[in-house]
Write a new protein. Structure first.
Length: 74
């Protein structure tokens, strides 16, 4: 049903269906400052690795983990 209404609304994307809503909730929570643990609880993930996939959307947090490029920037 969700996929049908997304199509009718002209909303495209790789993922279709109810998963779109879960993903949107998780990324909005992450950008709002929620921890991955809190997001996992909300989504009822039993394994932290299931929630870890959302870490890739927080580019600012990932930048703080990046190591300097060898030889500096050219």
């Amino acid at each position: 049903m969700v996929a049908r209404y997304l199509r009718l609304a002209g909303i495209g994307g790789v993922r279709k269906g109810a998963h779109v809503f879960r993903h949107t909730l998780a990324t909005d929570m992450l950008r709002g400052g929620a921890s991955l643990g809190e997001i996992g609880q909300m989504l009822r993930h039993s394994n932290p690795n299931s929630t870890a996939i959302y870490a890739k959307v927080d580019l600012e947090a990932l930048r703080s983990l990046a190591l300097p490029w060898p030889g500096g920037v050219s």
